[in-house]
Design a protein around this ligand. Structure first.
Ligand code: UDP
Length: 327
């Protein structure tokens, strides 16, 4: 049998790089693609000498060309943290709209199956709890998160249209908050923010009163769920996440215990449209994929903390120096 060939977009990012590892472990030939706006080649360093891996420095919102056959396309390119959407709103819109369109076109000519990375953000600030796939969501299209949420909603719509109109093999995963090694320390998300603050001896910044909830999934569990979804025959969106829900205030306490820091928590204003609660209903994933998360938060946090501690000290103090194009 011919070796399977996979294109992973966003390959230098947190999830993309873990997916590359998974496909390499499955014996596939992996083509990683990234424009390196938020991704980092360090996440792929270990794969550069692998004969089953190659890397293309490319922005998928421009025409995408890949020579040779492709069996699977995994579209994981996109800024993924609220501070990134604020800094690069137009690229955020383009990668999930124009970029998805380009990759669907590529999937058609290659006769490949495509899986797109959607998000719990399609539910916005949800009024249904926990969130099931049937819920249509509560998104503010013109708010600061709208550039991400609406682009991902468009991504789902155009992906379904290619499935129904062209008969393309498509899969849609709705990813809930995920954490683990290779998250960017300065990406502004709550876990790297808290761990970074603890390691630098700063107070932990809680936005709002900390009563808002999130449900955090360890990256290995997420990758397993995504892999199973790709191999399944289900074309509708599927939630993949860990239903263990926690308030941000309690989460800060967990990080304080984990790191043994003497720092306290301080309160900052809540960003606009910050969802008040979030928890995946994973009944569908359990039924059709036989999947559920295996790594509990205590274990996942221990592994993630070990990773952040292993980084060179200068990483802890690195600010974002990259200049973004305004287009
Ligand atoms: N948050 C916080 N302190 C921080 C960073 C984030 O309290 O330093 C809060 C944020 O307001 C949100 C939650 O933590 O309620 C999760 O934020 P994150 O940016 O990680 O992801 P989101 O789920 O909001 O996309």
């Amino acid at each position: 049998m011919r070796q399977k060939r996979v294109l992973v977009t966003g390959a230098a990012g947190f999830l993309g790089s873990h997916l590359c590892d998974r496909f390499i472990a499955e014996g596939c030939y992996v083509i990683g693609m990234d424009n390196l706006i938020t991704g980092d080649l360090k996440n792929l360093e270990h794969l550069f000498s692998n004969k089953n891996f190659e890397f293309y420095h490319h922005d998928v919102s421009k025409f995408v060309f890949v020579p040779g056959e492709l069996d699977y396309i995994m579209h994981f390119a996109s800024p993924a943290s609220p501070i990134d959407y604020l800094k690069i709103p137009i690229q955020t819109l383009k990668v999930s709209s124009l970029g998805t369109h380009n990759l669907l076109g590529l999937a058609r000519v290659k006769n490949a199956r495509i899986l797109v990375a959607s998000t719990s953000e399609v539910y916005g600030d949800p009024t249904v709890h926990p969130q099931t796939e049937e819920y249509w969501g509560n998104v503010n299209p013109i708010g600061p998160r709208g550039v991400y949420d609406e682009a991902k909603r468009f991504m789902e719509a155009i992906t379904m249209a290619y499935q129904t109109y062209h008969g393309l093999e498509t899969r849609i995963v709705r990813i809930f908050n995920t954490y683990g090694p290779r998250m960017r320390l300065n990406d502004g998300r709550v876990l790297p923010a808290f761990i970074g603050q603890a390691l630098r001896g700063e107070d932990l910044t809680i936005f709002g009163d900390g009563s808002q909830t999130r449900s955090f999934c360890y990256v290995d569990d997420l990758v397993e769920g995504i892999y199973r979804l790709l191999m399944s025959s289900h074309v509708g969106p599927v939630n993949i996440g860990n239903p263990q829900e926690i308030t941000i205030k309690d989460f800060a306490e967990e990080i304080i215990k984990l790191t043994g820091t003497n720092q306290k928590v301080i309160y900052h204003p809540l960003p606009q449209d910050d969802p008040k609660q979030r928890q995946p209903d994973i009944t569908l994933a359990r039924q059709i994929l036989g999947w559920e998360p295996k790594v509990d938060r205590a274990e996942g946090l221990k592994r993630t903390y070990a990773y952040f501690k292993s980084l060179p000290t200068e990483e802890l103090y690195k600010k974002e120096h990259r200049e973004f194009e305004k287009k």
